[in-house]
Design a binder for this molecule. Structure first.
Ligand code: KG4
Ligand code: ZN
Length: 378
């Protein structure tokens, strides 16, 4: 199938066209992150206002890119090139798009509504099936996508993972570990009891005076940290790492960082070097816990595949640690992580998820649902 995916759950407005759940025909993401960098975090009202403005241009752009890629104007003949863009798009959608996939939740209500209501309108007008997608499950399907530079090749590999699999979804608002026995066969095995991993990066970055989003800011400072600059011993806690369960807790880390920052400020030693040092240990603490708990789940459940997903999966140190630990297991397991640009929010994985979990719903029955958990809509 060829699916138009639409995603507006947080501060991105994204639309993609994906074939067979893996081949990306076009991938457009408009982000209002710069605006939120200035305000130090996402202001929901502002994010939704930007999305109202950009949703139609983003969908138009993704469809026009696909039209160009498939040389659809040529197929339609000279008249089509001269025809207005909207009628070319309408012809293209009628002929080539099989369904629309839309993020139904979780996320910010105002943001979700922009995407959901637009997708429903398009489904009604174009008379296309519409598939609601759980954003958290969607993240996992970024692992099915093949890089865009293979688009012009007629061959693109089957990329289906072997089940059972463990998936760790680490995003700005969620940290979930699930056992996947197949598509739409998820079992919840653990998750965060308070802050999500991405939230821990974002909140601690703020305490260090680093810009939003905190994950890439902390990673950049941590990369500059040099062991020879170490003057103060900072060893942040690794919350719940020893506990015999698959749950996480990151709010204590935030408190520990605040304490260190205050101590350094009192001693007038809060400077670039100590910020680098703190960033380094924040990244180490978060990634240590994520890797330890996930590996325990992998061993206990005896799975064939490990799927890492969500914005925090873009973290290089996290993937390095997973690769190392998985490489040292005494059984074979396929470790997958999407390219960094597919880890953070985009519509390609929403379209991919709809392909593998195809369950169209009459558009009238679809509504934005900010409170969905990873186990909803299975
Ligand atoms: O999945 P995502 O794009 O949006 C949500 O669904 O929340 O995840 C955003 C989160 C933010 O907390 C951001 O700081 C974090 O992902 N993030 C990273 C990196 N890139 C994004 N965290 C650590 N390292 C990164 N390189
Ligand atoms: Zn996300």
């Amino acid at each position: 199938m060829t699916i138009l995916g639409i995603e507006t759950s947080c501060d991105e407005t994204a639309a993609s066209v994906v074939k067979d759940g893996r081949q990306i025909l076009s991938h457009v993401v408009a982000s209002s992150a710069d605006m939120h960098t200035k305000s130090g975090g996402v202001i929901p009202e502002n994010a939704a206002r930007e999305q109202v403005k950009s949703i139609i241009p983003v969908i138009q752009e993704t469809l026009l890119e696909t039209i160009k890629l498939l040389r659809y104007e040529d197929i339609k003949g000279k008249g089509a090139i001269a025809s207005p863009q909207h009628s070319l798009i309408a012809d293209f959608v009628r002929d080539k798009i099989d369904a629309i996939a839309i993020t139904a939740g979780p996320g910010l209500i105002g943001s979700l509504l922009v995407g959901v209501e637009t997708a429903k309108t398009l489904a009604a007008v174009w008379n296309k099936p519409i598939v609601p997608v759980n954003h958290l499950v969607g993240h996992i399907y970024a692992n099915m996508l093949v890089p865009e530079n293979t688009v012009h090749s007629t061959q693109y590999t089957e990329n289906n993972p072997k089940f059972p699999a463990i998936a760790l979804v680490v995003s700005g608002g969620h940290t979930d570990l699930v056992l996947m026995k197949g598509h739409r066969k998820l079992e919840y095995i653990g998750g965060t009891r308070d802050d999500a991993a991405g939230e821990a990066f974002d909140k601690t970055a703020r305490l260090l005076g680093l810009p939003y989003p905190g994950g890439p800011s902390i990673a950049a400072k941590a990369a500059k940290y040099k062991i020879e600059n170490l003057k103060f011993k900072i060893r942040l806690p690794r919350p719940m790492i020893e506990e015999d369960n698959f749950d996480f807790s990151f709010s204590g880390l935030k408190t520990a960082v605040l304490r260190e920052v205050n101590k350094l400020k009192d001693a007038q030693q809060f400077n670039n070097i100590t910020i680098q040092q703190l960033s380094y240990d924040i990244q180490e603490a978060i990634t240590d816990v994520l890797v330890e708990k996930s590996l325990r789940a992998v061993k206990q459940c005896g799975v064939k595949t490990f799927l890492l997903a969500g914005g925090v999966a873009a973290n290089k140190r996290l993937t390095e640690k997973f690769k190392f630990e998985i490489g040292h297991l005494d059984f074979d397991i396929d470790f997958r992580v999407p390219l960094p640009k597919f880890c953070t929010d985009n519509a390609s994985y929403i379209a991919a998820c709809a392909e593998y979990n195809y369950h169209p719903v009459p558009w009238k029955k679809i509504s934005a649902n900010p409170g969905l958990t990873i186990m909803d809509n299975q």
